[in-house]
Write a protein that binds this ligand. Sequence first.
Ligand code: ZN
Length: 119
Amino acid sequence: MSNGPYGQLACGCGAVTLLVCGAPLGHGRDAEGEPVSLWPQEAIQLGQGADELEVVPDASGVDAWQCWRCGERLLHADDEAGVAVLAGSSEDDDEAGVALTAAQQRRLAALGYRVDAGP
Ligand SMILES: [Zn+2]
């Protein structure tokens, strides 16, 4: 197991940090074609900033986790799929397979994400 490409996410003002543990479920692209990595929600833990973190529903139906102080969005999360979506993707993450269930992939597709089929 690797630590994955993300150890910690921090917002612009530093008030909110999230810890990312384990390995991603897969990689893909968001509706704008930007690379994303897909993580089990339980891989995301709040480091600090419980008072600054706000979770707001996005237009697409997923929750955006953001800092209300600086407004920076740290990730998107979908409770139905139980998946957290992080911007960016590590191309050198060779072990990336697709560990998403078919139901999760359908849900993500419905939200506008395209999941890479894997190597
Ligand atoms: Zn902030």
